[in-house]
Design a protein around this ligand. Structure first.
Ligand code: NAD
Length: 310
């Protein structure tokens, strides 16, 4: 059996951090591709030179040449503009949909059997665009956002409770936007629901900080986050490559599930060698379902814009 091949499109902040974390996890050989001359090559060489220190020996290639990406098992799409202060993720749609269209056509041509993880924003709309353009089976295209948003919520909860982040299990649904839905009823610390550990006012405060977690970093850095997004992306790639059937919050295609009706949106998903293998159906109460539907309505509006632009 050959080694896994992971292509990462975009060698900017998220792409390079993803390549580095994937290398430290020894997930397979990595191709980093960018349109900017020298960028992917330079970052790949730098990451490869950390290998002797960090004990990874995967091959890491930086390139502008799509031929080098051929027959990848996984393609990660970070190519796209990031937010700047004052921007919403939705402001990126018109430009990023053209980038996603361009790279999706090439993914379909060079790696027709790959599984695609979209990272660029607005996330749910870009996953929808990638699925439409590649024409891949819906289980083979997905987006990374829920792992990041859950990680942010877990971090805030652990900080508040003086607990270890390792003991927190968090589930979050909905679109990757200000109306995402962290599910406190399904979020627990060592099995104890957080609703029994923190009062509603404190939980609402932490949920609000989670929803605004992206812009908090954009305002500090002048651009968007990358270490935690990269970590979330690699976790998804690892679950797929190792076929370990982990349940993660991912942006996945849903039809009858949660009455979504054929869109990509954040839901708990079983990840394995066939990609998004199964959407887990949680028993949402009326309030949770209403919050999810509000978030989904926004996702559908963005998908309609994608349909017009493609
Ligand atoms: N899903 C999430 O949770 C999440 C989190 C953080 C960032 N993001 C998104 O990820 C994307 C990347 O963010 P970043 O901070 O790495 O931006 P960045 O500007 O640092 O990097 C993007 C890279 O993509 C490259 N690129 C553009 N068009 C390309 C093409 N056609 N082919 C190959 N490469 C191309 C650019 O040259 C650039 O180097 C943004 O859209 C950002 O909003 C998503």
């Amino acid at each position: 059996m050959g080694r896994n091949k992971i292509t990462i499109l975009g060698a900017g902040n998220v792409g390079a951090a993803t390549a580095h974390i994937a290398a430290t996890r020894n997930l397979g050989d990595i191709v980093l591709l960018d349109i900017v001359e020298g960028l992917a090559q330079g970052k790949a060489l730098d990451i490869a030179q950390a290998g002797p220190v960090q004990s990874y020996d995967c091959k890491i290639v930086g390139t502008r040449d799509w031929k080098q990406t051929a027959d990848s098992n996984i393609v990660i799409v970070t190519s796209g503009l990031p937010r700047r202060p004052g921007m919403s993720r939705d402001d990126l749609l018109a430009k990023n949909v053209q980038i996603v269209k361009d790279v999706s056509e090439k993914i379909a041509a060079y790696s027709p059997n790959s599984i695609v993880i979209v990272v660029c924003n607005p996330l749910d709309a870009m996953a929808y665009a990638a699925a439409k353009v590649t024409g891949f089976d819906k289980n083979k295209v997905m987006g990374m956002a829920g792992e990041l948003d859950s990680a942010r919520f877990s971090y805030f909860l652990a900080s508040e409770l003086g607990a270890s982040v390792k003991d927190i299990k968090c589930i979050l649904m909905g679109g990757h936007g200000d109306d995402m839905v962290p599910l406190t009823r399904f979020t627990s610390i060592s099995g104890k629901p957080v609703t029994e550990l923190l009062d509603k006012a404190k939980l609402d405060e932490l949920i609000e900080r989670t929803r605004k977690g992206g812009i908090e970093i954009v305002n500090l850095l002048g651009s968007s986050a990358y270490y935690a997004p990269a970590a979330g992306t690699v976790k998804m790639a690892e679950a797929i490559l190792k076929d370990n059937k982990t349940i993660l919050s991912c942006c996945a295609y849903c039809d009858s599930e949660y009455n979504v009706g054929g869109y990509f949106v954040g839901v708990p998903v079983v990840l394995g060698k066939n990609g998004a293998e199964k959407v887990l159906q949680l028993d949402l109460n009326e309030h949770e379902q209403a919050q999810f539907e509000k978030s989904l309505a926004h996702v559908k509006q963005l998908a309609a814009k994608v349909d017009k632009l493609l």
